[in-house]
Design a protein around this ligand. Structure first.
Ligand code: SIN
Length: 534
């Protein structure tokens, strides 16, 4: 059975929905989400969306802050495009009905976050992503040209090369995807343009701020299809996630520090002034590394984020979600500091794209966290991710519209299950899943060494071959699809980290502690390279 659309979007977060809204003016759009359509990382974004608004701000200042955070690896054009087009896209979000927080005079309330020299982050209290997702879904529901397919997981991209009717990247193009549907059947979705908007891969690490959907599907599928993948060594750890045995890595937004929060050791001492002139509002890589170092030195389990000097009414009104969640764990942030630790948060690399989201495979676009547009370089500036989602979602829709004359390839074969049978040993899936997340946390975390990376490489090599074997022998399930993707993404991170023989931004290694300007270039990996020794 096959479904046919002009545009096939994998993922229903901010980038995918913003793309869908613009693309639906030009053709029929299918949006696939792995779980309920609202479920994904966008919904959990707290801080906000960065865009120049204030009179004392400028495009130059936003660009400079972005490039400073990115430590030499941001692509200037991508930064300029995002910074300059951001305010117009923000207006379009307002037109879609997003209710951002406002000041008493009616103007947008702008907050600050790490690495920003100005207040430029628009927010909806501390539930910005949830409010954006709500408004975009409502806007999509008003468009007849957009069809949602929830509980539908892409298994693999279909390319001309794969169906063996062309060879070489020039003749290659993406034809759509094979998709596991709620019935358990794998259906063929054919499209003129396929768009990866699958988000990040935080689930590759044991501790993450990301929801369960963040399994790196877009990057893994694109890599297997032969697309260029860039800068996967730069995985961002958010400095402050709630430390509590029963909290599943709940994020404590950087905007708490933007509004005056103070980081302290458990003995009450402040420490960030020793690490950076911007103190607790330094770029994220600096703060996460500082906390990691202090915890290793002291042996403490966490540091503290102190808000108790700010008025209670203000805290409850400005951070209702964080206040209520902390309270549910017995922490009253108006009276006691919040225990926090760093956790995996954001994938700064991804499928390599141009300024319109075009990957190295024709008719395959990638946007949002799964793409490497060059905006983030070696470390993303806070609240630039929602911005990237709307700017590149819009630009990719314009590119997609220009590809409408591509014929649908209705001769693409259906999914071939081969000799697969129902699995008799699901324990392999849960065991390997745990092992990957733990080894990534222990060996490929905030501070790395060659020895640990090589150890991770060897383990992953073995695990990937076990998972491949299981994948071909048994019926495909969502758990197996996600495990296979997480294993491939883990290997992409390790392989890229081994290639970068310097410390820069989010990649810190004790073997090469200094920055090396000879290495100031993207790390590019393409199909087959993971199987070669680094
Ligand atoms: C936060 O609220 O701290 C997260 C915002 C972001 O990741 O940009």
């Amino acid at each position: 059975m096959s479904e046919q659309f002009d545009f096939l979007v994998l993922g229903g977060g901010i980038a995918g929905l913003f793309f869908a809204l613009e693309a639906s003016k030009h053709g029929q759009v299918a949006v696939l989400t792995k779980r309920a359509r609202v479920e994904g990382a966008t919904r959990y974004a707290q801080g906000g969306i960065a865009a120049v608004q204030a009179d004392d701000d400028s495009f130059d200042a936003h660009a400079t802050d972005t490039m400073n955070a990115g430590v030499g690896l941001c692509r200037r054009k991508a930064v300029e495009v995002c910074v300059r087009e951001g305010p117009e896209r923000l207006r379009e979000l307002l037109d879609c009905g997003v209710q951002f927080s406002r000041r008493a005079d009616g103007a947008l309330d702008l907050t600050r976050e790490g690495g920003h020299t100005k207040r430029r982050v628009a927010h909806a209290a501390d539930l910005t992503g949830g409010e954006i997702e709500r408004a975009l879904l409502a806007a999509c529901d008003e468009r007849q040209n957009i069809t949602f397919f929830p509980d539908s997981t892409a298994v693999e991209l279909i390319t001309l090369e794969k169906v063996a009717r062309a060879s070489g990247s020039r003749a290659n193009r993406c034809l759509g995807a094979y998709v596991l549907r709620p019935s358990g059947e794998i259906e063929t979705f054919l499209s003129k343009v396929t768009v990866l908007a699958t988000g990040g891969a935080g689930k590759v690490y044991l501790y993450t701020s990301n929801p369960d959907t963040a399994t790196g599907d877009g990057v893994a599928m694109a890599y297997r299809a032969g697309a260029r993948v860039a800068n996967m060594e730069f995985y961002q750890f958010h400095p402050t996630c709630l430390f509590h045995p029963h909290a599943k890595s709940f994020l404590i937004s950087e905007s708490l520090r933007g509004e005056g929060g103070i980081l302290r050791l458990v003995n009450g001492e402040t420490f960030m002034e020793r690490y950076h002139p911007m103190g607790a509002l330094a770029p994220r890589d600096v703060v996460a590394r500082a906390i990691d170092g202090e915890l290793k030195r002291s042996g403490d389990d966490c540091v503290l984020l102190d808000m108790t000097h700010l008025p209670s009414d203000y805290l409850v009104g400005r951070f209702p979600n964080i206040y209520a969640t902390c309270k549910s764990f017995g922490i009253d942030m108006t009276r006691a500091p919040i225990p926090v630790v760093p956790a995996a948060h954001y994938q700064c690399g991804g499928v390599d794209v141009d300024l319109h989201g075009q990957t190295s495979i024709p008719n395959l676009l990638a946007i949002g966290e799964c793409a490497c547009s060059g905006l983030h370089g070696a470390n993303r500036l806070a609240s630039n991710s929602l911005l990237e989602g709307v700017v590149f979602g819009h630009r990719a829709a314009l590119r997609a519209a220009s590809l409408l004359s591509t014929p649908l390839d209705t001769a693409a074969p259906s999914w071939d299950p081969g000799d697969a049978v129902p699995s008799d040993e699901s324990v392999l899936v849960s065991h390997n899943w745990d092992e990957i997340r733990r080894l990534m946390w222990n060996y490929v975390g905030i501070v790395r060494t060659n020895k640990r990376l090589h150890r991770a490489h060897r383990r992953l090599d073995m695990l990937r071959s076990e998972i491949r074997d299981y994948y071909w022998r048994f019926n495909v399930t969502r758990d197996v699809i996600e495990l296979r993707n997480i294993a491939d993404v883990a290997m992409l991170i390790v392989d890229s980290a081994l290639r970068r023989r310097e410390s820069r931004g989010l990649h810190t290694t004790l073997d090469y502690p200094e920055r090396d300007e000879a290495m100031c270039h993207d790390t590019i990996v393409t199909r087959g390279e993971l199987e070669r020794p680094v």
